[in-house]
Design a protein around this ligand. Structure first.
Ligand SMILES: Cc1cc2nc3c(=O)[nH]c(=O)nc-3n(C[C@H](O)[C@H](O)[C@H](O)COP(=O)(O)O)c2cc1C
Length: 187
């Protein structure tokens, strides 16, 4: 069994592909699809997003220091791709994709109503890394769609049919294989 040796690159997949919403100083909203996104700390809750400075959304992120991460679903796959290939310089992505901007609690960037989970974030630090700048941000609030809540108050994210981005492809998350800690759980 041979392995090919590839030059250094990004091969950490699958990843979430999220729609990040922002609003400029005049309140004009935009959406940018991002996959270079991560959870970086539990307490305080923090995330990172990495954005190329040439993106239309980049100066908005820099100026306002605010954004919302909107999780994506099978139903939102087309919009996820569209918001990752079209620029807010040229189109109103909310309008074109028939997505609904709704106000958050803490930031001026809107939530995308159609997304099952919206995470309000405020930038704490920007790291200039090279092709991308990484925005380290605090999570200020999380909004979840009640549609996926059962009678016991458990949130079933899987029912929203989340998608992942893997080496150029969008995929559904497939079958349940186990739950956290199942490998050591007493039978
Ligand atoms: C699946 C996917 C993932 C992407 N991930 C990133 C990313 O992590 N960082 C980034 O700067 N651009 C990323 N892009 C590209 C931007 O979304 C794209 O350039 C977009 O048109 C920029 O929008 P804007 O000009 O309105 O800001 C991604 C695109 C797709 C389709």
């Amino acid at each position: 069994m041979a392995k090919q040796l590839w030059k250094p690159g990004n091969m950490l997949y699958p990843l979430p592909a999220v729609m990040v919403s922002v609003a400029d100083a005049k309140g004009r909203p935009n959406i940018i699809t991002l996959a270079w996104v991560g959870t970086v700390c539990t307490n305080p809750p923090m995330v990172s997003i990495s954005v190329r400075p040439e993106r239309y959304s980049y100066p908005i992120l820099r100026d306002t220091g605010e954004f919302v991460i909107n999780l994506t679903t099978k139903e939102l796959t087309y919009a996820t791709d569209y918001c990752g290939v079209k620029s807010g310089r040229d189109v109103d992505k909310f309008k074109e994709m028939k997505l609904t901007p709704i106000p958050g609690q803490h930031v001026k960037a809107p939530l995308i109503e159609e997304s099952p989970v919206n995470i309000e974030c405020r930038v704490r630090q920007v790291l200039e890394l090279g092709s991308h700048d990484m925005f380290l941000a605090d999570v200020l609030a999380v909004h979840v769609d009640e549609k996926y809540m059962d009678e016991k108050g458990k949130f079933h994210l899987e029912k929203s049919e989340p998608i992942v981005y893997s080496h150029g492809d969008y995929l559904t998350t497939g079958e349940l294989l186990g739950t956290f800690g199942y490998s050591v759980k007493k039978k």
